[in-house]
Structure formats: C-alpha cells, structure tokens
Ligand binder design. Structure first.
Ligand code: NAD
Length: 522
C-alpha cells in the first residue's frame, strides 16, 4: 500500500480521497527529524506553503514519486533537487481563480456603491441616502490588465454585468480574447485612458513591478476605480495615495500590499475612497477544497503510472549530457530574446546543427519555450506545460536543422508582428555564451544584468556610453562590440555589476549615435 505523507492542513474531502489511495500519515508542525523519518518510505508527499521541502529531505526519500503542492507557488519546494531524483512535482494552479475573480467583482461593487462606507455610516446611527449615491457597472468599461486564469474569469463575470471589457496582455492571442468577448488593446495607456474600472491580474515580474505609478494613475479618468487583487508591488502605493487624496482617480480597492500586513499607520487607512481586504482573494473553502482534490487526483495518476496534468518539473532522465547543455543554451537564449523582442511574441524557430532524435528535439523545443515564457507568467512554465502554455497564447513553434550551425551550437529566432530577434549561442568553458545577435558576431558570456545598445559605429560612442554608466555608479564587468562593417550599424553588449537605473538607460538612449537600448536580466 502506498504511503501518502501530508504535512500541512488540507481540506478533509481531499484527505478522504487520499485515504482511498493509500495509507495517509498526517503530521502537524513536524520537526526536521520527524519529517526525515516519515519521508524515507513515503510514496507521495502533500504540502501547502508551510512545509519546507528541502534538498536534504528529498535526498532522504527512498520511494518518493511525487511531491504535491495544494496551491500555486512552489517556492517552498526544492524543485531542482526533486527533478534530479526523478521525483515529479505537481501543483494546483487553477484552484483559486474563481475565488479571486469573485472577490474582484465584490470589490468592484463595493467601490461603485460604496458599500463598506455606507455600512460604517449606518452603524454610526446615520441615514445619509444622498451621500451614498452610487454608479452602475452596466455599460461601463472594465480594463483588465493580464488576461490569464483569473483575468478571464473576471472577464466572464463582468460581461454578465453588461460591462464592456477591454484587456491588455501582450502575451495572449487575439483568438482567446475574442472567444471571451474581450477587446485586446495594444498598449496599457489606451486601457488606462478608456477604462471606468481597471483591475490588475498580472504576476509580479521585473516588468510588472511598479507598472501602475504616477504617470499611469494620471492617465486614468478622474471617475475611475482601480482594483488590485494580484500583487502589491505592481502598484506604486505612494503614488496611489496621492492619486486618491488629490482626486486623480475616484477610488481604489486593494487585496494585496507591498508589505503585508501594511504598517500600523499606513496612509491608506486615513482615506475614505479606498476599500481594503487582507489578501483573502483566494481564501474560500471551495478554493481550498479544489486545491486538495486536484492534488489528490494528480497523486492518483502518478501512483497508477499515468502522467499528471499540472506537472511543475519533468525529470529529464534519458537525454544525453550534450543535449542537456544545448537545452540550457536554448532556454537562456530564449529568455534573452524574449526580453529583447518588442511586441507580442508570435512565433519561435529553434535551429541546431545536428539532426537530433525525437526525444531530444522535443526536449530542446520545450526548453526554448520555457525560456520565452517563464519570466512573464505566474504559474511556473516548465518543460511539461510549456507547449500547452504556448498554444494557449497562439505562439507557433518550428524546429529546423541548419548546416550553418556547428554541433553544440543552437539558434533561436523570436518573431512579433513587426520585429525579429535572432540569437545564436553555444556551451563554452562550462557556460552559456551568446555568439551572435541578429547576425552580429560576438562571444559573450550570459550572466548578470546585460545592456544591448544598438548604435552607429563612430569613434567615441563606446566611451560616451561607458561614461554615462560611470556617472550613474554602474560598473562595467564585460563588454563587446559586434559590427558588420566599419562605420555601419553595430551592437554593444555590456555586462554590469549592478542593474543600471532607468535614468541611466534614458541617458544612453539620448546619445546621438545610439538607436536603441535594452536592459536584459540574465
Ligand atoms: P496567470 O499566469 O494565469 O495569468 C497572468 C497573465 O498576466 C498572463 O496571461 C500573462 O500573459 C499576463 N502578463 C504577464 N506580464 C504582463 C504584462 N507585463 N502586462 C500585461 N499582462 C501580463 O496568473 P493568474 O493565476 O491569473 O494570477 C494572476 C495574479 O493573481 C498573480 O499575481 C497571482 O499571484 C495573483 N493571485 C492573487 C490571489 C489573492 O489572494 N489575491 C490569489 C491567487 C493569485
């Protein structure tokens, strides 16, 4: 009989389901020693965010086939260690989407009708019907930032409220939006200008941190509401406080904060046009039950030798060392390419020098897709779900063998509507090197913050860029220039010790011979 270890509280229906699959051992607040003892002969291990599944514990396990996270994030699990040991990690990414979407609708209504304020007023013994004149949602424009799992559920519900729904999500296909009856807008500014209610459903990434700041809030209508049920850091809270105080927007509702809980004397508490909840978007018994049942089903699949649906990792047993290196090259090049590309990613071409076997080809393709998508999504994009995630976004993938490439070299081309980024790379001296950018040849190690500066090859440009970096206290760790001919278009690739600040990038962009600057995190 299989032993299923459960070390964080999960819904009782899920426990019952697990009991049908094997002997369930529930441990509460177990210490390291107890965990070690129990994990040794466990076949499956269920956790939420409370248990730290460390490499040491994973290495202790002799029979473990699956680690299941009854929820979304897997930060508390050493996925790499599990992968190395051939242990599958699964999660339940869909489990709270409806709950968060419903909470968003609740907040929207609370803002439109000022329900929390009215409730407080009645409790004070007041009866101020005039003061609580509200607005209807019907006929208003809802702007959804991030049309992923939660964003889509919000869209469906808002349509039922007869709202016009527009969305900004550069990584989603028009077909997906169309099916939902949502108009996809090309840029965030347009959404902010048009929407009566703006709701945020993007993950926290380098791109989305501080995405809504003073400039964005000032673009919104004075009558508009802002809702954030995603992550606090996506909104610049200081700017939001000013926006609410000075009337740039009419109100806001927040379920998430930059710091949780927000400090005792947070300026938001003094404002009447804001509704605050303590990160409870996903806290419903249904979401908790769904998370438990999803992972119970996944464990059943694994124990029966079937492939589970929500796999976070894919044990890469069976591919050669050389392929693994190429996979690493592919993933890193795709990650860089996706950061360089302007506009929505439409298609990806992967090229190698030697004809690979079927399994190798698939592994390379998936690594490249993972590299393209991992930075932009909340759910971990893995070797397993990369193809599905790409299909969902209408991204086409092609694979080709090219005699222009040496064995051990790989090329990735990413295309958007108006642009193409082609990168070539190789595994050299135990590291991933970039060997060409859009035909400019280089030999540049990918590690750390890297600036790509397209410019016209003239004496002094390189020095000027170096000087600007220096003036902003940014130290250059390595640098290379690629050009096709003297005096023509060229590219500078600069690795810096620290991330150059925005104003530094802007100053470089203003140098006369510089055409474009892009900071890439490697
Ligand atoms: P998801 O990965 O399914 O969807 C995120 C969407 O955002 C994707 O479609 C992606 O293409 C899009 N996106 C990424 N970067 C973008 C950008 N720069 N501009 C516009 N769109 C961008 O994630 P999800 O499951 O829908 O979760 C969304 C957010 O909700 C996450 O931040 C998650 O942490 C948060 N969340 C909050 C609670 C809560 O309790 N309040 C609960 C669960 C999830």
């Amino acid at each position: 009989m299989a032993k299923i270890l459960v070390t964080d509280p999960i819904h009782e229906d899920a426990l019952r389901r697990l009991e049908e699959l094997g002997e369930v051992v529930v441990l509460e607040d177990a210490d390291e020693e107890e965990l070690r003892r129990h994990v040794r002969d466990a076949d499956a291990w269920v956790v939420r965010s409370g248990t730290r599944v460390t490499r040491e514990l994973i290495e202790e396990a002799e029979n473990l086939k699956v680690i299941a996270r009854a929820g979304v994030g897997v930060d508390n699990i050493d996925v790499e260690a599990a992968t190395e040991r051939g242990i599958i990690v699964v999660n339940a990414p869909e489990s709270s989407s409806i709950s968060v979407a419903e909470h968003t609708m609740g907040l929207m209504l609370a803002l439109a009708r000022r329900i929390p304020q009215a409730d407080r007023s009645v409790r004070r013994g007041e009866w101020e019907r005039q003061r609580f004149m509200g607005v209807e949602l019907a006929g208003k424009v809802l702007g959804i930032i991030g049309l992923g799992r939660i964003g889509r559920q919000v869209a469906k519900r808002a349509r039922a409220f007869e709202m016009e729904v527009i969305a900004f999500d550069p990584y989603i296909s028009e077909e997906v939006a169309e099916e939902l009856g949502v108009e996809l807008v090309e840029d965030l500014d347009e959404l902010l200008r048009r929407a009566d209610v703006v709701t945020i459903h993007v993950p926290l990434t380098e791109e989305t941190r501080g995405m809504i700041g003073e400039r964005e809030l000032k673009l919104m209508k004075e009558s508009a509401f802002l809702i954030n049920c995603a992550r606090g850091e996506v909104v610049d809270e200081e700017a939001l406080v000013r926006a609410l105080k000075e009337g740039w927007i009419a109100g806001a509702a927040l379920d998430v904060f930059a710091e949780e809980p927000p400090g005792e004397d947070h300026p938001l508490y003094e404002l009447d046009n804001v509704v605050l909840t303590p990160h409870i978007g996903g806290s419903t018994s249904e979401a908790q039950r769904a998370a438990g049942l999803i992972v119970a089903r996944e464990i059943e699949r694994v124990l029966k030798g079937e492939i589970p649906e929500n796999v976070v990792n894919l044990p890469v047993a069976g591919v050669s060392e050389a392929t693994r290196r190429l996979m690493e090259v592919g993933e890193r090049l795709a990650d860089v390419g996706a950061q360089l590309l302007e506009g929505r990613l439409r298609s990806v071409v992967v090229k190698v020098g030697d004809e690979p076997g079927e399994r190798e080809r698939e592994a390379l393709k998936r690594s490249v897709l993972k590299g393209c998508l991992d930075r932009i999504l909340q759910e971990p994009v893995t070797m397993v779900n990369a193809v599905r995630v790409a299909e969902d976004r209408g991204i086409e993938v092609e694979f080709a063998v090219s005699d222009e490439l040496e064995s051990g070299e790989l090329a990735v081309s990413l295309r958007s509507e108006g642009e193409e980024v082609s990168l070539r790379g190789a595994w050299l001296d135990g590291q991933v090197y970039l060997t060409s950018v859009n035909g400019y040849e280089l030999r540049f190690k990918l590690s750390g913050p890297t600036l790509f500066v397209w410019h016209v090859d003239r004496p002094g440009v390189v020095g000027e860029v170096g000087l600007i970096l220096g003036e902003h206290g940014v130290n250059i760790a390595a640098m290379e220039v690629g050009r096709r001919e003297r005096g023509g278009e060229a590219i500078m690739v600069i690795r810096t010790d620290e991330e150059p600040p925005e104003e530094c990038l802007r100053a470089i962009g203003e140098v006369e011979q510089v055409r474009r600057v892009r900071l890439v995190l490697c």
